[in-house]
Design a protein around this ligand. Sequence first.
Ligand code: SF4
Length: 443
Amino acid sequence: MSLSQPKVGFVSLGCPKALVDSERILTQLKVEGYDLVPSYDDADVVVVNTCGFIDSAVAESLDAIGEAMAENGKVIVTGCLGKRSEVIREAYPDVLSISGPQDYASVMDAVHTALPPKHDPFIDLVPDYGLKLTPKHYAYLKISEGCNHRCSFCIIPSMRGDLVSRPVDQVLREAEKLVMGGVKELLVVSQDTSAYGVDVKYAEREWHGKAYATRMKALCEGLGELGVWTRLHYVYPYPHVDDIIPLMAEGKILPYLDIPFQHASPRILKLMKRPGAIDKTRERIARWRDICPDITLRSTFIVGFPGETEDDFEELLDFIEEARLDRVGAFAYSPVEGAAANALPDPVPEEVKLERLARFMALQAQISEERLAEKVGTTQRCIIDAIDGELAIARSMADAPEIDGLVQIQDGRDAGLVPGEFVDVEIMGSDEHDLYGEVAYQD
Ligand code: SF4
C-alpha cells in the first residue's frame, strides 16, 4: 500500500447549515481515506462549499473559487451558489463539477473522478461522531432542510426547496454520538425549526425504546435527556412555540429562543409575507416570560424594507422598546437577486435606510446595556470557550456562540478552567455586549 493518501483541500463558506454540509463531506472524505490538507499547494483537489444568500456572499464565493482555481486549478464547487451554476461557469468554466447544497453524493462522485480513493480500514480512524469544524464542546445539529414559507425577501426556498425533515430518531442518535464525543452544547439549526416534522406529518419514531414524534417539542424532550445544553435557533413565530417554553422552565433545554421577527409593522410584515399579528406576538412574549422568567430572546430585524414609511419604522422602534429583547441583530434591507420583494414599489433611499438602522441600533444598544446591567450581582452558569492570558472566555445560557456576547472570567486561568467546562460565575460588571465576573463555583 502506498503511504501517500490522496489530498483534498476544503474551503467552507456560509451559514451554520452550510457548515453542517461541510462537516458531512469532510467526514465522508476522511472515512474514504482522503487526507485533508490546509494549503492549496498540498492539495490534489480543492472543494469549495459556497453561499449564495445575498449578493455579497455570491461575490465572496466567486472570489474563493477564483483563488482556488488560481492557486490549485482542480476545483469542485458545491453549496447554495451551486444552484446557480451558470454564474459559476461563466466566471470559471474550468471548475471540475458544480452541485447544490446537501448534495453530498455529487461532491463525492466528483472527488472520486478527480482523485480515486485509497482506503485502508485498518489504519483510517474516524471518530464515530464524524469530523467537526466547531470547537470540540459545541456542535450544530441540523434537523431539516428547505422551507415552506415564501418570505418575500428570501430566496432560500428556491435554492433549497420545500421543508424536508430528518427523522427524529436519526437526529437524536446523531446528537447522542456528538455528546459521547465530548459535545456539551447542541445548537439546533434549520431554516424553520418550529416547522420540524410538518412534511412527514409528525411521524413517530422510536429512540431508546420510547416513541418520539418528528416534532419540535418531542425533539426537545429527547435532546433534554442527553444532559447537555440544547439551544434552539431560527424558530419561526408560530403559536405552538408556546409548547416548548415549559421545557425551558424545567431546565430540559436552554431558556433561549432565537426567533426572527423581522419587523413589527403589520403592513410591512404583510409585504414580507410574515405573520402580521404583532399584538399577538406581544402577548406571547409576555406569556413566555411569565412561564420562564429567565428566557433570553434573540431576534433579527430588517429596516428600510420597500414601502417602509417613517410611521412603520417608529412602530418597530416602539416594539423593541416595549419588548426589551435581550439580543437583536438588524440589517438594512438589501435586494437579493431573484427575491419577490425586488418588485415591490417605493424602495427606501439608501441614506434613509442607513439613518434608520443607526437609530434602531442606538436604541437597542441602550436596551442591551440595561438588560445586561440587570445581571450584575447574579450568578450565571457558563461554559468555557477559551483561555486567553489570565482570562477565561465563556458564554452564559443567554449567549449563543459567534452571534451573542461573552462572559469574561477574570480569574479563569488561575482557577484552572479548560474549554468545554461548566462553571458558575459571579457577575461583577457589564457593558453593551459582555459580562465580566469571577468564578463562584466550579464543577
Ligand atoms: S422562513 Fe426563513 S428560510 Fe423560510 S422563506 Fe422565510 S426567511 Fe427564508
